[in-house]
Design a protein. Structure first.
Length: 180
């Protein structure tokens, strides 16, 4: 393992139909965004509900991330309404590839998750998708295309960063506290 990330934004919500989710009842939120150097470029780590907070993704991109991860378990209803749109928005607004492995199907507790794992290119193009399984094949073109994009932002201090696999902590600038 070369990096570890604790989800910053907990999914705590009461829906009109009586359904309720309280991640904060079982988990403590993280406080710091994480970016790690991999052989093919920098990767910014996020999880599920984090996708609704664009400032987190901006901080990762400005710290040199060429790739962003969003493993998730979106509910079927919110997934149908927002999943593709949010992932494409994060890719487009940050000029990064987005990798989003997503749980899908009916779970033991009768909760239904949306699935639809995606790889999205910086222009919002969906390069790979899998409806209910988080597995899909890796398009080789991603590595070639990422090398064209993977360059440090002029406004951040990553220009002289090494290519070691040591994770870097990124200052968390995500202060928006809006709800779904």
């Amino acid at each position: 393992m070369i990096a570890s990330y604790d989800k910053i934004h907990m999914f705590d919500i009461d829906l009109p139909d009586g359904e309720s989710y309280r991640e904060s009842a079982n988990y403590q939120p993280g406080e710091t965004a994480v970016i790690s150097d991999l052989p093919w470029g920098r990767i910014g780590l996020t999880i599920c509900y984090d996708v609704r907070f664009p400032a987190l993704y901006r901080a990762l991109a400005e710290s040199g991330a060429a790739f962003l991860t969003v493993p998730s378990a979106f509910t079927r209803k919110t997934g149908e309404a927002h999943w593709h749109t949010l992932l494409r928005a994060r890719a487009i607004e940050n000029g990064c590839f987005v990798f989003a492995a997503a749980q899908g199907g009916m779970h033991e507790n009768k909760r239904e998750t949306y699935g639809h794992s995606l790889i999205v290119a910086p222009w919002g193009e969906v390069l790979a998708r899998a409806a209910l399984s988080p597995a899909f094949s890796w398009p080789e073109s991603i590595l070639r295309r990422s090398r064209l994009r993977a360059r440090p932002c002029r406004r951040c201090s990553t220009a002289g960063a090494s290519a070691s696999p040591t994770p870097r902590l990124v200052r968390n600038i995500c202060t928006w506290s809006g709800l779904v």
